[in-house]
Design a protein around this ligand. Structure first.
Ligand code: PEP
Ligand code: MG
Length: 583
């Protein structure tokens, strides 16, 4: 048989490292569903399961329709939901799935998936603008039935072979929360930006990831061998023996470099002129705790709690949240843990929390982060109670995301006090004093009003990812504007400097926990601006420590001063590279 041709694609390398493995291709919008045969005696029950899922879907859509009635777009939405309801009658989709169960003894999820794929392919072949516009609607209805059938939390990639390279249109935060490095070796997608949460998770887990390759899913056959080179942003499909050899060598070199940094775990992060820097870890999921320990983090500087909600349709109870948080706090053995309240919305929708709210209402400029929490009093109270209970097991700080006004901090503090009272009424232990309450500086308004926020906050954490996005009006998840997303833009640097100085004047602690913190190239600038605490993906801590230990902070401060006198991002980058010896 003729060997398949080697194909190369160039994209955006957002999580470095080399991965080689068989492709697991997920078609655009498809769900990962279980696929098995049903015993003859159970076929009627399986058909009933399908019927129940369809009835539930009808109920869900009617609820959405009633909600839309209240919104301005009611007319159009009503029409759309009517069309959805029709698809849930005795349609080609439902009939097709029922037939596959009866005739081929397929499980209901796989039967719906197969029918759906057939319909979508037929629609795509029609080359008719009206029909093409309906493709997403049909997929939506089909996926809703499948999700209802699966009930249990979605498990993306559960069907991927061991060591697979995930090839997908895009990775949602929910997908990202299911990337298990024990099974998935790397990933490449058509869409996405470098500071999106898929990229952040991949970096946290050490999984090579390349984004921004249009048409990728159509160009890779399931099972074919793929190389993901996250260092250079290259994907090679069906590599020749020679190419494979080159990449195997690169992989070995990268592993040796990482091993060399192993001894950094035990040494302190101190500059040559004797200034101690705190290097903490950003954490999304309990699965990362092992990496936090292995890389010698001084604490958790950012726990993104929204990831605990991402892969489920319901909201975890206070007790469930408490158990997860308690385990994390205990695992840190007395080192501080900064727990951020939910930052749902924007690119991180969590269906269970949004409830009747549309994703548009919770957009990046909508009810995101603290705004959503303050609008959902019960959810916020449960989370505050869970955090307070976890704080009985070790030092905890509470961090509020997306703050833009002093009043939000005041309301959150009220909510925290009420949560403490609720626990006391239940005769549960509450830490005394209550944990420090801090704010993320991640929207320009917060940075510019940092002196006012410092009056009501116990600490600051600069979120340079969103601060860059909102300052430059550049979506962090959009590959089309990735070239404009630059944290070295003088506007971003001035906001970081302004907020840092406000914190230092008010004598409250300040850290930076955006992705900038994990890039050793930026360390002299950030420390030179006065920051002494950085929080990053755990695997980056050793290389940051190495950079700090060879740095002279007074020289870095002089260079930071010089950099702040410049307005051209290119010149700023050159001054930084020169200081880092890269020029
Ligand atoms: C940030 O915006 O820099 C940040 C740390 O928060 P997240 O990446 O979770 O939005
Ligand atoms: Mg943020």
């Amino acid at each position: 048989m003729k060997a398949a041709m080697e194909k190369r694609f160039e994209g955006l390398g957002v999580s470095s490292g080399i991965a080689i493995g068989p492709a697991y291709v997920r078609e655009a919008g498809a769900l990962d569903v279980p696929d098995y045969r049903i015993k003859k005696k159970d076929l009627a029950a399986e058909e009933k399961r399908l019927t129940a899922a369809v009835i539930l879907a009808r109920r869900q859509i009617k609820r959405l329709q009633a909600q839309a009635q209240k919104d301005a777009v009611a007319g159009e939405m009503h029409f759309l939901f009517d069309a959805y309801l029709q698809m849930l009658e005795d349609s080609r989709l439902v009939r097709g799935a029922r037939d596959l169960i009866a005739k081929n003894a397929m499980n209901a999820e796989a039967a719906v998936q197969q029918t759906l794929t057939g319909i979508l392919h037929a629609f795509q072949a029609m080359d008719n603008a009206y029909i093409s516009a309906r493709i997403d609607d049909v997929r939506d209805v089909g996926n809703r039935i499948i999700r209802n059938l699966m009930r249990e939390p979605l498990k993306p990639f559960s069907q991927a072979p061991d060591g697979a390279i995930v090839i997908a249109d895009q990775l949602s935060p929910a997908d990202a929360s299911q990337l298990d490095p024990a099974r998935i070796a790397g990933a490449a997608t058509a869409l996405g930006g470098a500071e999106g949460h898929a990229a952040i998770m991949a970096r946290a887990l050490g999984l090579p990831l390349v984004l921004g390759i249009p048409g990728l899913t159509g160009a890779v056959k399931p099972g074919s061998q793929v190389i993901v080179d996250g260092i250079h942003g290259t994907v090679v499909v069906n590599p020749t023996a020679r190419t494979l050899g080159v990449y195997e060598q690169l992989k070995t070199d990268a592993r040796k470099r990482a091993e060399k940094l192993g001894h950094m775990r035990a040494v302190p992060a101190v500059t040559r002129d004797d200034v101690t820097v705190t290097l903490a870890a950003n954490v999304e999921l309990p699965i990362e705790m092992d990496l936090v320990k292995r890389n010698g983090a001084a604490g958790i500087g950012l726990l993104r709690t929204e990831f605990l909600y991402m892969s489920r349709d319901d909201v975890p109870t206070e007790d469930e949240q408490y158990e997860i948080l308690k385990d994390i706090v205990e695992a840190m053995e007395g080192k501080p843990v900064t727990i951020r309240t939910l930052d749902v919305g924007g690119e991180k929708p969590a269906q269970g929390l949004l409830g009747d709210l549309s994703e548009a209402a919770a957009s990046a400029l909508g009810l995101r982060g603290i705004r959503l929490s303050l609008a959902h009093k019960k959810g916020m109270a449960d989370q505050m109670c869970a955090i307070l209970r976890a704080a009985n097991h070790g030092p905890v700080r509470i961090l509020l995301p997306m703050v833009s006004t002093v009043s939000e901090v005041r309301q959150a503090r009220e909510a925290l006090k009420k949560a403490a009272q609720r626990l006391k009424r239940r005769k549960q232990k509450v830490p005394d004093p209550l944990p420090p309450l801090g704010v993320m500086i991640e929207v320009p308004a917060a940075a510019l009003a940092a002196d006012a926020l410092a009056q009501v906050s116990d600490f600051f954490a600069i979120g340079s990812n969103d601060l860059t996005m909102y300052t430059l009006a550049t979506d962090r998840t959009n590959e089309h504007v990735a070239h404009l997303y630059d944290s070295l833009h003088p506007a971003v640097l001035r906001l970081i400097q302004f907020a840092t100085q406000a914190a230092l004047r008010s004598r409250i602690p300040i850290s930076l926990c955006g992705e900038m913190a994990g890039d050793p190239r930026y360390a002299p600038l950030l420390l030179g601006l006065g920051l002494r605490e950085l929080s990053m993906v755990p695997v980056k801590i050793p290389v940051l420590k190495q950079r700090i230990r060879e740095m002279d902070l007074s020289a870095a401060t002089r260079r930071a001063d010089a950099i702040m006198g410049h307005v051209d991002p290119g010149r700023i980058a050159a001054l930084l590279d020169d200081f880092n010896g890269l020029a």
